[in-house]
Design a protein around this ligand. Structure first.
Ligand SMILES: [Zn+2]
Ligand SMILES: [Zn+2]
Length: 566
């Protein structure tokens, strides 16, 4: 038997949770609600796709899925819906189910938020940021706990890496631009802000003919279904199961739509608050003076009306960009003159030294640190000789004989001081023991920074986005030690690392800690990942003067303490 639709485990778990919430709201049967919650948990954690189990008649193998729920799931797969579930959830406002997903938010709070006009989770985030809920009878402490629950929910991974999000958004926006009646179209939301793990996709388009445009959205690539949601917007359900919000606006007010849906929610909340102070009202469909929308075809007009310089999208995180000070002159890819973290076949790289150097040269760089992992059994002498020979073959490139050295779980370094001293430049990094307590991790990083042969720390938190959280360290202490030892922290460019994370980059920049932006390339094609590191640097307010490899070779050599060749 084939399923009428391939529901994913996540989708099914969400439906089960909604039914549980509905049963509780209706006061039907507390025990039945608990059974639905346990089934949702079982579905979430089951390694196999439920639809495959159903095909094999093995639904009951899933923890928490008993007789009646397995019958309902059978109905779901056969017909695409479950009459009993629809009966239970019908008539309850959608937003309540969303609100109840926030850890710590119970029914009473959810109803109260819904009555206060909260439309969805993004709207809640905005209202929390703008202080709009304090007048609705919520206590300060209650709001803080809602905000903490929302932040926790937002950290959960129904998210994707930025390049994945871009690969979905780019062909869509290009096709959207080509539709008749569309004057301009843009990728908005967290993708535009270059956030590392966007949760949803947002596109904007200016048009005077919204109905006609909505009618043609079905033609966009990979669109399975268009769900209109009003005159000016629709949701695209893509073949891969992702959902894309399309926001249309009249050309005269498109600037407001762009600002609103670019976000972040915290940034827009602050803007809305500022608008109110000036007797204006910022809405998704315009900036209003009394009941008239002001002429705001572009974002500049919005910021101008609010007395602000328009910050680039990367800065719109409420990290000081609307406090009235000067905005930074952000570092760009074109500022970078070298790459301080690359691998070759001497360790785990795919390409030879010569292939890597040819590719580095083609990127226009003047210098490169070759930093293979310090495998203790490596023939360091032979490697040094090959690098020497390469210097003659690549006379225009400064080639630094470097290493990437593991910080051991005990807080030592993987190879001897003699080996380290024989190299011009050593990165230290954590590759094991990520879950040690904060004091242990901090001590490991401090010991590495204090070692005379170590120039800086690579991918300092060790996080792997959507897979592994970073180490827990006392970053204030680490930053201080970097300043004391005059050593740098790296921004590592691979899209699942982006490490140092942008919030820590912001803090490092505030304190004047030196940074590098590197590709950590393991093949020639990876060298382009420096651009991903630049995104992070920009989100952390880094200017060229904060970044060592934006310096000329002579200055870099001095400031990064590159040692003479031995
Ligand atoms: Zn590494
Ligand atoms: Zn590396």
């Amino acid at each position: 038997m084939t399923a009428s639709r391939q529901f994913s485990n996540e989708e099914i778990a969400a439906m089960l949770r909604d039914v549980a919430a509905a049963l509780r709201m209706r006061g039907v049967d507390r025990f039945q609600a608990g059974a639905y919650d346990r089934a949702a948990e079982g579905v979430t954690t089951h390694p196999d796709a439920l639809v495959r189990l159903w095909e094999g008649g093995r639904l009951r193998n899933v923890t928490g899925v008993g007789g009646s729920i397995s019958q309902h799931l059978d109905e779901l797969f056969r017909t695409g819906g479950v009459a009993y579930w629809e009966e239970m959830t019908g008539g309850i406002p959608e937003v309540l189910f969303e609100l109840l997903r926030i850890p710590g938010v119970g029914q009473a709070t959810a109803w109260k938020l819904a009555r206060a006009g909260v439309e969805d989770l993004e709207d809640l985030e905005r209202k929390l940021a703008s202080g709009a809920l304090t007048t609705e009878g919520f206590r300060e402490k209650q709001l803080a706990s809602i905000a903490a629950g929302l932040a926790e929910l937002n950290r959960r991974p129904d998210r994707m890496l930025l390049p994945v999000a871009e690969s979905l958004a780019t062909p869509l926006v290009e096709a959207l631009r080509a539709l008749p009646g569309v004057l301009r179209a843009d990728v908005l939301g967290s993708v535009r802000r270059r956030a590392p793990t966007p949760a949803n996709l947002n596109l904007g388009a200016a048009t005077s003919a919204p109905a006609a445009v909505l009618d043609t959205l079905q033609q966009l690539p990979a669109v399975q279904r268009v769900e209109p949601s009003g005159v000016w917007s629709a949701i695209l359900a893509l073949q891969g199961g992702q959902r894309v919000n399309v926001h249309l606006a009249a050309p005269a007010v498109y600037g407001a739509t762009m600002v609103w849906f670019t976000g972040s929610a915290a940034h827009v909340g602050r803007l809305a608050h500022r608008a109110t102070e000036r007797g204006l009202s910022l809405m998704p469909d315009g900036l209003f003076a009394s009941s008239d929308a002001m002429e705001t075809p572009g974002e500049e007009e919005i910021y101008q009306a609010l007395g602000l310089t328009m910050p680039p999208a990367e800065l719109r995180e409420d990290r000081g960009e609307i406090d009235g000070g000067d905005l930074p002159r952000l570092v760009t890819l074109a500022d970078l003159r070298g790459d301080c973290h690359t691998h070759t076949r001497w360790s785990d790289g795919r390409d030879t030294l010569a292939e890597m150097l040819t590719a580095v040269r083609a990127r226009g760089h003047r210098y490169v640190c070759v930093t293979d992992h310090s495998y203790p059994n490596m023939d360091f002498g032979a490697r040094a000789r090959e690098i020497d020979a390469a210097r003659r073959a690549f006379p225009a490139l400064q080639i630094v004989n470097g290493l990437e050295v593991n910080i051991t779980v005990e807080g030592g370094l993987q190879v001897s001081d003699e080996v380290l001293a024989a190299h011009q430049f050593c990165l230290a990094s954590i590759h094991t023991g990520f879950r040690q307590p904060r004091t242990a991790i901090t001590q490991r990083l401090l010991a590495a920074l204090r070692h005379p042969a170590i120039n800086g720390i690579a991918h300092p938190t060790g996080r792997l986005l959507l897979r592994r959280e970073g180490v827990d360290a006392d970053w204030g202490v680490i930053f201080d030690e970097c300043l004391r030892q005059d050593k740098f922290l790296e921004i590592d460019g691979p899209p699942d690392r982006l490490d140092l994370p942008d919030d820590l980059v912001r803090e490092a920049v505030r304190r004047g800690v030196k940074l590098t932006i590197d590709s950590d390339a393991h093949a020639t094609g990876d060298l382009a990942l420096q651009a991903r590191g630049v995104d992070v640097a920009q989100r952390g307010w880094a200017e060229p003067r904060h970044v060592l490899n934006a310096l000329s070779w002579e200055d870099f050599r001095r400031e990064a303490h590159v040692r003479e060749r031995s």
